[in-house]
Design a protein around this ligand. Structure first.
Ligand SMILES: [Zn+2]
Length: 154
């Protein structure tokens, strides 16, 4: 297993791919217990006309295929932005061991910002959570993306 920063840089690579495709720049990777990246994904909701096309969901799908198992025991998901409600739910279904995220998402983040969904006692699975890893790099990418969008409208 390498450092959290190493894997977050791989997630940021995915976020850059999303930005280049005109999608909100969020990227994710899933890492197994040995430290191998077994799934990666960038936001592709617009291109795929898919409301569930978030980076985390796409990385989890790839990891599940890789493992031939929807349960990703011992795996860690690295994502550049605090997950939403849908992705938090998917991570619980996947029985991930750990979530590592970058920037907080003050408007819709469901891990610390709007709610602490992953820590609810009624779920039969708990994940370890670390936030703020390489957050400035993620924030910079998001700010640049939305600034360019505003310029295009004005
Ligand atoms: Zn999401």
């Amino acid at each position: 297993m390498r450092s959290d920063e190493y894997y977050m840089y791989r997630a940021l690579d995915q976020a850059h791919l999303a930005a280049a495709a005109g999608e909100v720049p969020v990227g994710a990777v899933v890492v197994d217990a040995q430290g191998e990246i077994i799934g990666e994904g960038c936001n592709a909701a617009i291109a795929n006309c898919d409301p569930s096309g978030h980076a985390e969901i796409r990385a989890l799908r790839e990891a599940g295929k890789h493992q031939s198992n929807y349960r990703l025991d011992g795996c860690t998901l690295f994502v550049t932005l605090e997950p939403c409600m849908m992705c938090s739910g998917a991570m619980i279904h996947a029985r991930l061991a750990r979530l590592v995220y970058g920037a907080a998402e003050p408007r819709a983040g469901m891990v610390e910002s709007k709610a602490n969904l992953l820590a609810q006692p009624w779920f039969n699975h708990q994940l370890a959570v670390s936030g703020g890893v390489l957050a400035p790099a993620s924030q910079k990418l998001l700010k640049r993306f939305f600034a360019a969008k505003r310029d295009a409208v004005n």
